[in-house]
Write a protein that binds this ligand. Structure first.
Ligand SMILES: Nc1nc2c(ncn2[C@@H]2O[C@H](COP(=O)(O)OP(=O)(O)OP(=O)(O)O)[C@@H](O)[C@H]2O)c(=O)[nH]1
Length: 423
């Protein structure tokens, strides 16, 4: 980092290369036509399931579970920005009548489709990202292998939200190797950069494994407002349905009326039952009802939505603990996955969001959305390095099939110039 600023001052020249990069947004529909839909994903590793960390704000007192695994050590230099308006406090209000949309879930199918490589389309969707533009422009100029090139890489990575510490470590490591004459040219350095970026992400590229012994396997989705939780639930439901699993959804975002309607509409279109109690119902009560109904029906997967909330709103964050404890009363292992949805365009603030949600709800997996379009892309590296929490899926568009199992190599290759030949 020191070197970065020093060299910037010395040179007085801007290192950004946007002027030479590909321009314009993506025509999603054209891309959709050009690339095949990803079917089911490989599922090879286990999801940890830490429990809630903080006392509930609500009235459910028993059923508390052991303390969660401690959050990994994390840096504290991230400013917290308000992301959304406050929600009203939810008390122990009388739950409205339970409604269940849609007829019985589809029958369980034994044969599941082949796992998806998840690679087609990554590059096309991610080419507008900050890293792709920064590094793409840089290497398209056939740069010389020298300190200036490393400085420009450093600029591109920091600008793309990779984070100062991660970027500095990475670049200084490359610099050492360059001085040791490990690289014959700039392309060799690019190959090394790719390897380093993949190595950063590989440990967190752990797909979500649906444990068939859990019936249902309960996924609780959490996150701040507008990050794409409800959309992601629709995408996940489509994916699991395509895999032959029976599903139920819990409309736990009882704050935003449109969220319940959004989920119900999705359920109707796809023949997936949705448990809802309407706006302002107690979210924990919706989750409880849904789990009861899902157990009674022998459903494979229950996905519970929750209202978006600011990570700085302690009362609302505590409500997540309450939802977890209520679920735990019906199944001590539930929720089996606390899936936090993070908006990839959020930048470094995503780190403080995850820190708070992890403390409140024991996040076990991440979905990073909106990596298509204007996302800088780098926050994925920052999240991986700071927390080590598995990144289950990447949202690379708004269509149901635009949720990919997170693949470290596909992601990095999509960000780097295509001439590497590995994309
Ligand atoms: N481009 C793009 N847009 C996305 C993606 N995922 C979600 N969106 C869009 O993001 C917007 C917000 O999505 P929602 O699913 O309503 O977000 P939410 O987190 O449920 O919102 P709250 O209920 O307010 O907390 C919608 O316009 C979605 O279409 C993605 O991967 N890429």
């Amino acid at each position: 980092m020191v070197s970065f600023f020093r060299r910037k001052k010395d040179k007085g020249a801007a290192a950004g290369t946007d002027g030479e990069t590909r321009k314009g947004g993506l025509d999603i529909e054209a891309l959709a036509a050009a690339f095949p839909k990803a079917p089911g994903a490989p599922e090879s590793s286990n999801a940890a399931t830490p429990d809630a960390a903080i006392p509930a704000a609500g009235t459910v007192a028993d059923g508390d579970k052991p303390a969660p695994e401690a959050a990994p050590p994390i840096a504290s230099d991230v400013p917290a920005h308000p992301v959304a308006p406050a929600l009203p406090a939810q008390g122990a209000m009388q739950a409205p009548a339970l409604s269940i949309d849609v007829a019985a879930p589809p029958p369980r199918v034994q044969e599941k489709p082949a796992a998806a490589p998840g690679k087609p389309g990554w590059r096309e969707r991610l080419r507008g990202s900050g890293i792709a533009r920064g590094l793409g422009g840089l290497f398209s100029r056939n740069p010389k292998l020298d300190d200036d090139l490393l400085d420009e890489i450093e600029t591109a990575l920091i600008t793309a939200d990779v984070g100062v510490t991660a970027t500095t470590q990475l670049v200084e490591h490359l610099r050492k190797r360059m001085k040791a004459r490990e690289f014959s040219d700039a392309r060799a350095l690019l190959v090394a950069l790719r390897a380093e970026l993949v190595a950063l992400l590989q440990p967190v590229a752990r797909p979500l494994v649906i444990d068939d012994r859990a019936r249902p396997f309960v996924i609780l989705t959490v996150g701040v407002n507008g990050v794409g939780k409800t959309t992601t639930i629709g995408k996940l439901a489509r994916r699991y349905k395509d895999e032959g699993r029976s599903l139920m959804l819990a409309a736990g975002d009882t704050f935003r009326a449109a969220a319940v309607a959004q989920l119900q509409a999705w359920g109707e279109r796809n023949g997936v039952p949705v448990i809802a109690q309407g706006q302002n119902a107690d979210a924990a009560s919706v989750a409880f009802d849904a789990l009861q109904a899902a157990k009674a029906r022998g459903v494979d997967v229950l996905i519970a939505d929750t209202a978006g909330r600011l990570h700085t709103q302690q009362g609302l964050m505590a409500e997540l603990g309450k939802i977890k404890r209520v679920l735990g009363k019906l199944d001590p292992a539930a929720p089996h996955e606390v899936l936090m949805v993070i908006d990839g365009t959020t930048g470094q603030n995503a780190l403080s969001q995850l820190r708070q949600f992890h403390a409140a709800a024991g996040v076990t997996g991440l979905v990073v959305t909106k990596l298509d379009g204007s996302a800088k892309g780098g926050v994925v590296f920052a999240l991986a390095r700071e927390f080590g929490i598995p990144i289950r899926y990447a949202g690379i568009g708004e269509r149901p099939e635009d949720l990919r199992v997170f693949d470290a190599e596909a992601f990095v290759d999509a960000l780097l110039p295509g001439e590497l030949g590995s994309a």
